[in-house]
Design a protein around this ligand. Structure first.
Ligand code: AMP
Ligand code: ZN
Length: 476
């Protein structure tokens, strides 16, 4: 985008309203996105959040910003320690297959890689340093081999989640390994290890860091003590992000994050996705059922990130139908004749579509508006072709804008989604269309075009046989 890109404004969870994004450094955004806990394969709910973050980074770039994204990998927590112990393997051995599948799934969904994926187990030293600062400041205390954050010392606590913390009862049930807390609301920074558990040395004895701490330590290490945007799913708001603010701001005395953005949850058939309901799908489960990753990506991106999204197979089919409309327009446009001497009817449509698209994204990632801009263009192109008003240069202009839009959606070009093994990149539907077009060309006695299509198909490893009942094709 040019200098005339609209000023983005996003819904800041902390303000509970949409506010302009004012980067700390002109044109540059530091973005921290809470990553997966690699205790099992990520489920599609997690991917809804990761896709929202992918959309955010792509949209920011389209709007003219350089984005530096850091996503942590939580490779140590209570569940991982327990599961690795039961399996009799080290933490690394236990988490490795889940880290691999996480990256594989990102690729399947064409989610762009962040600039950095730091792991918790590789940043324990930074976390210990942060705890030391908090202990020095008198807001953290040692009890029973663990260190806790004393929230009574933090007048600002609750600022993000706006929860009434007086409602949290003293004497409420406390996890067995957190008995040492002075106040039930305090949270753990360092957990003393039980014998035989994987652990790290610290000034407070052997143990492991609490989960909230890793995101404070790693975000500030790589993005600085103050940065632009921090995201996650809505379940991260409390206590995770609230605690991150408490730890970070108490340690540095500075505003930790300017903009907090949270995506709503994915539900399945109207219910919360959960193991007990048996409706918790991984990406691999869905691919096994024959769902197309391209349609899935589109399905996730078409609902605004702050609305609950209900996952249904019918929803994914609708998404596939939307993509088909775009693909059909592209196919017609690629094969239509441009007429010389015509004044373009599409130049204005392209300019308006680009502006509407950018304005939609800048308005709290309004994907419906951005897609309405695209479908308006699809309609204008179809009309131009049907009325033989495609002018010289129109094809390149329209395809150029769609390619630009696709730097944000990452889903609009079928060629990017072809798997190896599909003939020269052509799927069955495209071959059918080319064969039909060749028939039409022959009927029109346009033999140059019919030969060209035959050659194109041959190159893709498809041969056409002309039979008395019409052409038939097969892959060689
Ligand atoms: P986890 O692996 O549990 O740490 O979660 C990774 C990310 O997925 C976090 O940002 C969560 O907020 C998010 N998340 C978890 N469940 C869902 C869900 N059902 N829908 C959308 N995002 C989710
Ligand atoms: Zn986090």
């Amino acid at each position: 985008m040019s200098e005339s890109s609209p000023q983005p404004s996003f819904y800041n969870t902390e303000d509970r309203r949409q506010v302009p994004l004012i980067p700390r450094e002109d044109g540059r955004i530091g973005l921290y996105t809470c990553g997966p806990t690699v205790y099992h394969h990520a489920h599609i709910g997690n991917f809804r959040t990761f896709l929202f973050e992918d959309l955010l980074r792509r949209a920011l770039r389209f709007l003219g910003f350089d984005v530096h994204q850091v996503m942590n990998i939580t490779d140590v927590d209570d569940k991982i320690i327990r599961a690795a112990g039961e399996a009799g393997v080290s933490l690394d051995e236990y988490t490795e297959p889940y880290i691999d599948s996480f990256f594989r799934d990102l690729d399947v969904l064409h989610i762009e890689r962040a600039e950095l994926y730091p792991r918790a187990t590789e940043h324990v030293a930074e976390m210990i340093e942060l705890i030391e600062t908090l202990v020095e400041k008198g807001v953290a205390y040692l009890s029973d081999g663990s260190v806790f954050f004393r929230i009574a010392e933090d007048a600002d606590y609750g600022r993000l989640s706006k929860l009434d913390l007086t409602q949290v009862q003293q004497g409420a049930r406390v996890a067995a390994d957190e008995y040492g807390k002075e106040d039930v609301r305090d949270f753990v920074l360092w957990k003393g290890a039980k014998p035989g558990e994987p652990s790290w040395d610290s000034p407070w004895g052997v143990g492991r860091p609490g989960w909230h701490l890793e995101c404070s330590a790693m975000s500030m290490k790589y993005l600085g003590p103050e940065f632009d945007i921090h995201t996650g799913g809505v379940d991260n708001i409390f206590p995770h992000h609230e605690n991150e603010i408490a730890q970070s701001e108490t340690a540095t005395g500075r505003q930790f994050v300017r903009m907090w953005m949270h995506s709503e949850h994915l539900q399945v058939d109207g219910d919360k996705m959960s193991k007990s309901l048996g409706n918790q799908y991984t990406l691999a489960d869905l691919l096994e059922r024959g769902l197309e990753p391209r349609a899935l990506r589109y399905f996730f991106l078409t609902t605004h990130y702050r609305k609950k999204l209900n996952f249904t197979l019918a929803g994914v089919e609708d998404a596939a139908a939307g993509l088909k409309r775009i693909d059909e327009m592209r196919f017609r446009l690629e094969h239509a004749e441009e007429a010389g001497g015509l004044e373009s009817t599409l130049t204005t449509a392209v300019t308006e579509a680009r502006e509407r698209f950018a304005a939609g994204l800048a308005d709290d990632l309004n994907t419906s508006e951005a897609l309405a801009a695209l479908f308006g263009l699809v309609k204008a192109v179809n009309i131009a072709i049907e009325t033989s008003r495609l002018a010289m240069g129109d094809r390149a202009t329209v395809l150029g804008l769609i390619a630009e839009m696709d730097t944000v959606f990452g889903v609009l070009d079928p060629a990017d989604w072809r798997t190896e093994g599909e003939a020269g990149g052509l799927d069955d539907a495209e071959i059918d269309r080319l064969v039909a077009e060749r028939q039409q060309a022959r009927a029109d006695r346009d033999f140059a075009r019919s030969d060209q299509i035959r050659d194109q198909l041959a190159e893709a490893g498809v041969v056409i046989e002309d039979t008395p009942s019409g052409p038939r094709w097969k892959r060689t």
